[in-house]
Design a protein around this ligand. Sequence first.
Ligand code: CAA
Length: 306
Amino acid sequence: MSFLARTLSQFITRSGTTASTLLTKPHNVSALALRLSSTQQSGNEQKKYDYLLVDVKGKDSNIALVQLNRPKALNALCDGLMKELSSVLESLDRDEKIGCIVLTGSTRAFAAGADIREMQNNTLPQVVGGGFLDQWSAVSKIKKPIIAAVNGFALGGGCELSMMCDIIYAGEEAEFGQPEIIIGTIPGAGGTQRLPRYVGKSKAMEMVLTGNRIKAKEAYQIGLVSAVFPANQLVDEAIKTAEKIASHSRIVVQLAKEAVNAAFETTLAEGNRFEKRLFHTTFGLADRKEGMTAFVEKRKPNFTGQ
Ligand code: CAA
């Protein structure tokens, strides 16, 4: 099967593993309990997480807010947290009600990196044999858009996690950095690869080789984040953007995300060819017809995801 056909069949045949999200208190993150009737759970059994708070937001209840919740360690990304995060994001990706995901941390820290205590005594054979950090890449394979809403520290793996998302918004006090060099190692979850793609070689080298942190304003100036907001407005602003994205055709949003991401993986000629094929593909969708017809008829489109 060609890549395009495989891509399309993934979109079109997404099947009966759909999760329904039922909330006991939809707008209370602290009382969070997201019920995911995914393949991992039976019936409507309520799932509580060790390291996450998960809530549904937006006037159409179609935005998932995932909050990293390990405050004592500044949301250091231990193995348990990353396993939970991957599993929740994959469930949300299958959830037909959810159109966009917002990932955030606390006011003090988005995440202060991989858990240094946990990896302190790891040996080379252990990390090679066990594929240390391999499972983190699950985040970058999620098909729905993810907006990182970063307050406080986004360091090491925290900065890398934000860069695995599709849009980064920052609170005014946010600080980004790749400080691994200070503790005798290098970034291991994409920092040396994604950071230069965001900010160019010189700035990425400076950050990776010195371990220096940059503040939100500079992160905005160099293109790492697309907007900066007062800390207490950040998550609401991210949800607003998420709602706008979720109002569009789900399948077309997915194609658009895939097309933009292809720009990081291929040549300009190949990327343009891939984009053209995906663009052509939209002409096989009812949502493309509906969007253009609604424009011509001067009304709002009614997208069905078909
Ligand atoms: N891992 C484990 N614990 C961490 C942590 C981390 N990455 N970052 C912070 N913590 C813990 C601290 O140990 C401390 O715990 P205790 O109270 O039990 O001692 C608690 O969080 C609060 O931290 P501090 O007392 O240090 O708080 P601070 O305000 O003085 O400093 C900080 C904040 C600048 C973020 C500092 O904690 C720090 O430098 N953290 C480490 C940042 C770092 O090096 N990140 C990269 C990790 S390696 C990596 O991520 C590899 C990769 O590519 C995936």
